[in-house]
Every structure is written in C-alpha cells, then in structure tokens.
Design a protein around this ligand. Structure first.
Ligand code: FAD
Length: 327
C-alpha cells in the first residue's frame, strides 16, 4: 500500500521473528495512522513458520510481504536488496525500517543507495514536525543527539533494539500474506555454515540485561565468572575491545563504536575503564552499573551505580546474592 511503513523482519533463522521486530512494528504503529499509512512487514527468509506469520499479524502488521526461498539464507545484500527495491518502486512505501543488527545495517545502506534515499542510522526516538518524521540519533560516540529528517522518501532508518516500546500482541488478527518471488542471482557462493555451541544465554543485542567484561578480567578463563552471574540473572555476556583484541572473546561479543550497539535495561560493566569508544555502544542502557577497582575510572561518570572494588571478590558475591534473591 502506498504510504505504508515497512518493517523488515529480523528473525532467529529458525522461522520466528525476533523481539526487535515487535519494536519496529510498535514504533511504526505510533506514526503510521497520523501519516495515513499502514504498517506492513517485509520478511525475506528460507523458512517462515506459520506461527511466525501469526506473530507478525498479532503485533499489528496489516500485510506481510513474504519472500521464502532457500537462496535467501544466509543474508546477502545482492539477493535481498533488489527484491525490496523492486517492490518499493511499485508500492511507494513512506518508510522502510530495519533494526540495528549486522545484516540490517548493511541492508538499509545498500537499499538507500539503490533507491537514492537517505538513511537515519541508529535511531533512538522519532517526533513529528510539519507532517514530517524527525529522527533522533546519537552522534560523536553518543556524546550528542542529533535530529535529522529526510529530504526525499522513502524514510529509511535503523532502530536501536530495546529502546522502542514493542507492539503488544493481539491474537485475534489474522495475517494477510503476499508471497513474492525473488529473482535470486547471487554473485557470491555460500560455502559453509558453522553453528556455534549454544550457551543458553540470550543474544547480546536482544538481551534486557548485559554483563560485560574488560581487560580487568586478566584472562579469558575469568569470563566464566561473568557467565555464572549472567546465567543467574538471565543476562547476555559482552566484552570491551581490549578483551576482544586480546583474543579472550570473539568480535561478536564486542560492545562499542567498532562492535555491537546495545540498549539493555541493565548494563553491568566489570573491569572496564569506560573509554569513549566503549560508551558509544552502551550509553543508552537504562541503568548502568560498574565494578572497577579504580575510583577514578571514567565509567563511574556515567554509571548510575558504581562499586569500587576488586571484581574477583565483588562478582562472586553479586552472583551469590542474586541466587539468594531468586530462591
Ligand atoms: C577507533 C577505535 C575504536 C574503538 N572501538 C572500541 C569498541 O568498539 N569497544 C571498546 O570497548 N573499545 C574500543 N576501543 C578501545 C578503547 O579506546 C579502549 O582501549 C578499550 O575500551 C579499553 O578496554 P577496557 O576498558 O577493557 O581496558 P582498560 O582501559 O585497560 O581498563 C581496564 C579497567 O579494569 C580495571 N581493573 C583492573 N583490574 C581490576 C579488578 N581486579 N577489579 C576491578 N577492576 C579492575 C582497571 O581499573 C581499568 O579501569 C576503540 C579504540 C579506537 C581507537
């Protein structure tokens, strides 16, 4: 439908949309009615479970554009972008939104180049001025917030996970699914997929609580302390670049300017100094706690709660206290 707000589905690669998709749909639903458009979902996948389609409808997607094709997984820009761009040329959506995830970041950039439109990346809020949407996004490693608007449509943006209110599910809605086929002619060939062992902990960008470790952990084996705490409070584990560069954790754990951007309800940084590049990836967390033995560590300047102490003493005590509370 012309003027629609399109939300690209971020899924778990098992046929289910992720929570961040509910946030995209929820936020689109705040603006679409005033701007005269519907909220629609775009799902490119090798597998869309029927319950996944029901879920999207329940969240409020009035129509689901579905490309279901084995060749669409794993994500490759050259297969996804033409599919969406061709449909956009025909349907003239008002907005196309993705999440701040690795693949959506790349997707929207390529899509914008293709459509000759601009991208507001990493948005944390929207407002309305003169019938136009205005996006708020952090700049200078999160030191300032800038407000931007698009000079041409569609309004392409990525939205930071855990910032926007997720749509509430209303199960009486039934999905309207428009199946599309993509002319898939990849220029890269998929060679091998290696699945990581499941840790049982939530995914970093989706988690409501994140426990993060830095150089103060002294070695990779000591991440076990954080994993134990994370297991008790249902948190994901993250790391600073110093820890990643030392080879203690793979890069996908890195939080910051050159790593992941997170906005959990609670961030607990242990043995992390709080360099500006690290803050760039976590300063929009709702509550920030820091454990550091140096009372002058910069992280205490932005922390809501600070604990000056040795993490090797403090973290096991915290884990024990949380265990007791849960019991
Ligand atoms: C272009 C660029 C991009 C970058 N991108 C990123 C990025 O994406 N993410 C990122 O994190 N960094 C990034 N960095 C690096 C950043 O500048 C810092 O070097 C890095 O964040 C430091 O990591 P850290 O806090 O773990 O280590 P350190 O700065 O060495 O801090 C370790 C802290 O641990 C504390 N400590 C030590 N022992 C204990 C203990 N027993 N108990 C409690 N506390 C203890 C110390 O007091 C200290 O504050 C980037 C840098 C550049 C130049």
């Amino acid at each position: 439908m012309a003027g629609a707000f399109w939300c690209v589905v971020e899924d778990d690669r098992q046929g289910q949309p992720k929570k961040v998709t509910a946030e995209l749909i929820g936020e689109a639903g705040r603006w679409a009615p005033d701007l005269g458009g519907a909220v629609e979902a775009l799902w490119l996948t090798d597998r869309a479970a029927p319950e996944g389609l029901d879920q999207l409808a329940a969240w409020g997607a009035s129509r689901i554009w579905l490309w279901e094709d084995a060749a669409l997984a794993p994500y490759r820009g050259e297969t996804w972008v033409p599919a969406i761009a061709d449909l956009a040329a025909h349907e003239k959506p008002r907005a196309i939104w993705g999440a701040v995830t690795s693949r959506h970041r790349e997707l929207v950039a390529r899509l914008a180049a293709r459509l000759g439109a601009g991208v507001a990346a990493d948005c944390v809020a929207f407002s309305l001025a003169d019938g136009q949407l205005v996006a708020t996004r952090p700049v200078y490693a999160g030191k300032l917030l800038s407000r931007v608007r698009w000079t041409t449509g569609p309004w392409i943006a990525t939205l930071r996970p855990n910032v926007f209110k997720a749509a509430t599910a209303e199960t009486h809605r039934t999905p309207t699914v428009e199946r599309r086929s993509a002319a898939v002619a990849p220029v890269t060939r998929f060679v091998e997929r290696r699945e990581e062992a499941q840790t049982g902990l939530p995914e970093l960008t989706e988690a409501e609580i994140v426990v993060s470790g830095g150089r103060g952990l002294k070695g990779p084996e000591n991440f076990a302390l954080l994993e134990e705490l994370a297991g008790v409070i249902g948190a994901a584990v993250g790391a600073s670049r110093a820890a990643v560069d030392a080879g203690w954790k793979p890069h996908r754990f890195q939080i910051g300017q050159t790593g992941r951007t997170i906005s959990p309800k609670l961030y607990i940084g242990c043995g992390i100094s709080g360099a500006i590049q690290h803050l760039a990836g976590m300063r929009t967390s709702k509550v920030i706690c820091a454990v550091n033995k140096d009372a002058d560590a910069p992280i205490f300047k932005i922390a809501d709660f600070g604990l000056v102490g040795d993490l090797f003493e403090v973290v096991p005590l915290l884990t024990e206290e949380f265990r007791k509370l849960k019991r």
